[in-house]
Design a protein around this ligand. Structure first.
Ligand code: AMP
Ligand code: MG
Length: 266
C-alpha cells in the first residue's frame, strides 16, 4: 500500500494506475473484516489524539463525481468519536467566497489541534474544475500550485498533519454509478445533470489531476492515489493510511494535573 503514496517529484500517468486494483485482496470479505479491526484501532488512536491536542489532522478527499467521497467518509470514519471530527464540503463558491482569495474559505475550515478535519473537495477544485472550465485565466490557476504548497507548508509547520487522497475511479465505473443513482429513489437526489458535462471532459480532468498529483506532492503533504472502483478496497486503503499516520505521531495521554495523588472523592 505504501506505493500508492506519491513521492515528491514523482511523475504520474494515471492511465498506468489501475482503478480496479484490489491490492492483493482476494475478495471483499477479507478486506471488510480487516476494516473492522482498522476502525477499532483508529478509534483508540483518536482518543489519544483528542486528549493530547498536540496536532490536527486534515484529510482531503478529491475525486470525479460518484468517485466515492461521501461513502469513504461514512465508512472510514464510522468508528470515530464525532466530538473529535469535522467534515466540510466545498461547493461552488458563494459571492462572498469569490470576493476573497481562494484559500480564505479553506483556512477557516482547518481543524483545530486534537481534531480530525475531513474535506469533501477542497482548494484543489481551484486548479481542477476551475482550470477545466476556464473560470479564471491560465496564469491565475497556474500560480496556485505554488500558493497551495506554501499554504500547506505553513499549516504543517503549525501542527496540521495533512493527508490527501485522490479516489481514482474508471470512466466505466462512473457510468455504472450514475446509472445506479438514476435508478434508485434514495440516490437520485445526488444526480446533477451538470455532472454529465464534467464527464464529457474526463480526459481534461485526468490531465489536471496529474498536474495536481505531481506538483503538489510534498514531504509534508503527500497525495495517495486510491484505486477506487472497488469500494471495500478504497475504504481499507484510506483507513489504513490514517491509522498509520496517527500511529507515527507517537502521541500519549497528557500527564494528570499535579497533586491528584492526594485527592479523595467522598
Ligand atoms: P457536490 O460535491 O456534488 O456537492 O458538488 C459540488 C460542486 O461544486 C462540484 O461540481 C464542484 O466541482 C463544485 N466546486 C467546488 N469548489 C469549486 C470551486 N472552487 N470553483 C468552482 N466550482 C467548485
Ligand atoms: Mg455531485
Amino acid at each position: 500500500m505504501d506505493r500508492l503514496t506519491l513521492k515528491p517529484g514523482e511523475r504520474v500517468k494515471l492511465r498506468d494506475w489501475d482503478p480496479s486494483d484490489a491490492g492483493g485482496y482476494k475478495d471483499s470479505g477479507e478486506a471488510k473484516a480487516e476494516l473492522i479491526d482498522v476502525q477499532k484501532r483508529m478509534a483508540e488512536l483518536q482518543e489519544v489524539f483528542y486528549a493530547s491536542s498536540k496536532k490536527a489532522l486534515l484529510v482531503i478527499l478529491q475525486a470525479m463525481d460518484a468517485g466515492g467521497k461521501d461513502g469513504t467518509i461514512r465508512r472510514v470514519m464510522a468508528g470515530v468519536n464525532p466530538a473529535g471530527c469535522t467534515v466540510t464540503s466545498f461547493k461552488v463558491p458563494t459571492a462572498d467566497e469569490l470576493a476573497h482569495g481562494f484559500l480564505w474559505r479553506v483556512h477557516k475550515a482547518i481543524p483545530a489541534r486534537g481534531q480530525i478535519g475531513i474535506f469533501n473537495r477542497s482548494h484543489y477544485e481551484d486548479v481542477l474544475v476551475v482550470r477545466v472550465l476556464k473560470l479564471v485565466p491560465k496564469e491565475v490557476w497556474k500560480a496556485r500550485f505554488d500558493q497551495i504548497n506554501a499554504f500547506e507548508k505553513i499549516l504543517s509547520e503549525n501542527g496540521v498533519v495533512i493527508l490527501k487522497f485522490f479516489l481514482h475511479i474508471s470512466k466505466d465505473e462512473q457510468a455504472e454509478r450514475f446509472r445506479e443513482r438514476l435508478a434508485d429513489p434514495t440516490k437520485i437526489w445526488k444526480f446533477n445533470p451538470g455532472d454529465l458535462d464534467m464527464r464529457e471532459r474526463w480526459d481534461e480532468f485526468m490531465n489536471a489531476y496529474e498536474d495536481v498529483l505531481e506538483k503538489c506532492t510534498t514531504e509534508h503533504a503527500p497525495w495517495t492515489v486510491v484505486p477506487a472502483d472497488r469500494k471495500w478496497h478504497r475504504n481499507l486503503v484510506v483507513a489504513k493510511k490514517i491509522v498509520k499516520t496517527l500511529e507515527s505521531l507517537n502521541l500519549e495521554y497528557p500527564d494528570p494535573p499535579p497533586g491528584l495523588e492526594k485527592v479523595v472523592v467522598r
